[in-house]
Design a binder for this molecule. Structure first.
Ligand code: HPA
Length: 287
């Protein structure tokens, strides 16, 4: 491809993207007159965490042009803008997954939206299967690294360039915020661990052989989300904290089959603890 064709493609892609994003931003601003400082992306069964916010304005994602619509039980499609621990935040209840058939750029679109609205911090939560054998269901895990086993990135596209050197060198999960969040967990008497999260495509749970392989590769937990949002946030220069709830032993590590109801049940059980932890995480974000 000639240089000029590549440049044309690049600028074409960017203009469309920017216009789409502008339309989405405008639709939200019609309903919300202030800018969030932080976004909280809520995982399976964790949507109710948004109930802790006050002075809320709820925006249905169906009112936002170009917003991908979630089709999974436990993921309602709303953005809840409100105040939590004196911070202006937006809860994203309506994450979409790569396995729903959206291009990975669309999966990451909510992150671009909240960033364009003003958020420069992101707490991303998920439910995950435990691979580390010491992580019982109910364990909370701060994500300190990830394995991208879906081999996809929202950065891929016409005109994409390798990340700049400082992007590669920087931690995807902010070490300082993570350390402060860990202290919050200790103060609350919660057992929170650190670990590596493996992102798999889904929607099927992993095979036993895959779980064995992931264990060898160094994964502590496995799930079907989070990494696309984190890659996108990192590209945008946002400060990120990742928090998994271990809802089940990963396939083959315990007797019986896995199902989504079990995931929702454990998320429900830890919701009180998680809510307190999330409040603390928001409180210490800027310290
Ligand atoms: N595997 C993948 N995703 C998950 C799991 C799991 O075991 N539990 C919750 N989300």
């Amino acid at each position: 491809m000639s240089r000029s064709t590549a440049a044309a493609l690049r600028s074409d892609a960017t203009v469309h993207d920017a216009e789409d994003l502008d339309a989405a931003v405008a639709a939200v601003r019609d309903q919300v007159g202030w800018a969030p400082e932080m976004a909280l992306i809520l995982g399976s069964g964790l949507g109710r965490l948004a109930e802790a916010a006050h002075d809320t304005t709820v925006v249905s994602t169906t009112d936002i042009p170009h917003y991908p619509t979630s089709t999974v039980e436990g993921h309602s499609g709303t953005l809840v803008f409100g105040t939590l621990e004196a911070s202006r935040v937006v809860f994203v209840q309506g994450r979409v997954h790569l396995y729903e058939g959206y291009p990975v750029q669309q999966v990451a679109m909510p992150v671009r939206l909240v960033h364009a609205l003003g958020a420069d911090r992101m707490l991303v939560t998920n439910s995950a299967g435990g691979i580390n054998r010491t992580f019982e269901p109910g364990t909370l895990m701060f994500i300190t690294g990830h394995l991208n086993m879906a081999f996809a990135s929202p950065g891929v596209g016409a005109g994409a360039e390798p990340a700049r050197a400082h992007e590669n060198a920087a931690a995807f999960y902010d070490p300082a915020w993570t350390t402060r969040a860990e202290q919050v967990a200790v103060d609350l008497g919660l057992e929170a661990r650190r670990g590596t999260y493996a992102w798999t495509l889904g929607p099927n749970y992993e095979t036993k052989a895959e779980v064995r392989a992931l264990e060898h590769l160094g994964a502590d937990a496995v799930g079907m989300s989070t990494v696309p949002e984190v890659l996108q946030a990192h590209r945008l220069g946002m400060t990120v904290l990742g928090l998994s709830t271990i809802t089940n032993p990963a396939a083959g590590l315990a007797a019986g089959a896995l199902d989504h109801d079990e995931v929702l049940e454990v998320s429900e059980r830890v919701r009180g603890d998680l809510m307190e932890l999330v409040r603390g995480i928001v409180r210490v974000a800027d310290e």
